[in-house]
Design a protein around this ligand. Structure first.
Ligand SMILES: *Cc1c(COP(=O)(O)O)cnc(C)c1O
Length: 397
């Protein structure tokens, strides 16, 4: 099909939940994507923080293809080896004890909420618990995940939300303390808020919430769906704070494009779920888990974390120079290779100008440009991106 026809048909047939750029992506290689007209793009979005290894990694592709030829799906009534390999690697990377595989980030959040509720139920004998979430958070679009997503606009038309959810201010420990009651079973937040505008947790905040949770017997759920899997320079961002959650959610880069997510927990918390409590048809299937297991192997082999630390610091430095040079650039925030550049104008024009110039960027919040490139980018890719970004900012400065 020709490009125009693909776009027209998509607009006729797909439910219109996205305003898409008028581009049909066709293939990828390394940190570059190509559209159906052959135009090249430098990718600083990675399909929303998914393609950590870059596109068309041969070893990854071969592992996925080999599993396709062997066995794609089993159901969870049987064991499969790729799931065991992925579970070993993921529990080691996260420091958690047990994992439940899902098909998406949203489902990982759903599972995390259910686990926290069941744990509280076993403790109190009552199912009337409360959860504290954060304003400007993002945890997904299903009814449970949406209920803890602190964005009125996303919730508005879909009420009633599940009850017992209260919203505190992110990075404001007192606002969390003020909401705690004897029914509070969990506090959930992103270690680095992604969609909300790239806000890393302050050390005092995450340490303070951990201490509060310990004192009150409340579970700490950290959502690392976007900021986990090496993006901040450690496998999970909480490792840089020296804080351990009770439950973790992960997804996005976990399968590097094959849909897979997971929630993990400590042994003590995980045992609250027993057969019959939770399930999934696809979750943890051999195809998704072969991809995830390979991702962990390649992270080691390519020393992805060192690259994130080095290139992340370089990206931060180059963005700080932009803050110095451009009146519209207000602030740079982030950790490793999740960075945000807050603008005093809406980022839409900058992003579409960049796209015209062959650079893919995403926004976050209402006024932030988000940089979540593949974790294998080099400093030369940052230099190329900065040239294109400066050109795009020139049009609005
Ligand atoms: C993307 C995201 C989700 C939702 O994940 P899906 O795979 O889109 O369901 C949840 N939490 C955070 C922090 C995210 O960035």
């Amino acid at each position: 099909m020709e490009t125009k026809k693909i776009i027209e048909t998509a607009e006729e047939k797909l439910i219109h939940t996205y305003n898409r750029y008028q581009i049909v992506l066709d293939k990828g290689d390394g940190v570059r994507l190509y559209d159906t007209d052959g135009k090249e793009y430098l990718d600083f979005g990675s399909g929303i923080a998914v393609f950590a290894l870059g596109y068309n990694n041969k070893e990854y592709n071969d592992a996925v293809k080999a599993q396709v030829d062997k066995l794609i799906h089993t159901s969870n009534y049987f064991y499969n080896e790729p799931a065991v390999e992925a579970a070993k690697a993921l529990t080691k990377a996260s420091g958690m004890d047990r994992v439940f595989f899902t098909n998406s980030g949203t489902e990982a959040v759903e599972g995390a909420i259910k686990l926290a509720k069941k744990y509280a139920y076993l403790k109190t004998g009552k199912a009337d618990n409360e959860i504290i979430a954060m304003e400007h958070s993002f945890h997904g679009r299903s009814m449970g995940a949406l209920a803890v997503t602190g964005n009125k606009h996303y919730q508005e038309a879909f009420g009633p939300m599940i009850p017992g959810i209260k919203f505190a201010k992110y990075n404001d420990l007192e606002s969390v303390e003020a909401l705690v009651t004897d029914k509070t079973c969990a506090v959930i937040f992103e270690t680095v808020q992604g969609e909300g505008g790239v806000y890393p947790a302050k050390k005092e905040f995450i340490e303070g919430v951990r201490k509060l949770c310990d004192e009150k017997g409340i579970l700490l759920i950290l959502d690392e769906i976007q900021c986990g899997m090496g993006r901040t320079g450690s496998m999970y961002a909480y490792q840089q704070y020296g804080v351990k959650p009770d439950i973790v959610t992960t997804a996005k880069a976990l399968g590097c494009g094959v849909p897979v997510g997971a929630f993990l927990a400590t042994e003590e918390v995980a045992k609250a779920l027993v057969p019959g409590d939770h399930g999934t048809t696809y979750g943890g299937n051999p195809l998704a888990c072969a991809a995830a297991a390979k991702v962990f192997e390649l992270f080691d082999k390519l020393d992805v974390l060192s690259n994130v630390q080095e290139v992340g610091a370089y990206l931060a430095e180059k963005l700080d120079e932009i803050v110095d040079d451009y009146a519209v650039a207000v602030e740079r925030r982030g950790m490793g290779l999740i960075q945000g550049l807050e603008l005093s104008v809406a980022p839409r024009d900058v992003i579409s100008n960049a796209l015209d110039n062959g650079l893919i960027l995403f926004s976050a919040g209402s006024n932030v440009i988000r940089f979540v490139p593949p974790l294998v980018i080099g400093k030369d890719d940052v230099d190329e991106m900065i040239i294109k970004l400066r050109r795009a900012l020139d049009t609005v400065n």
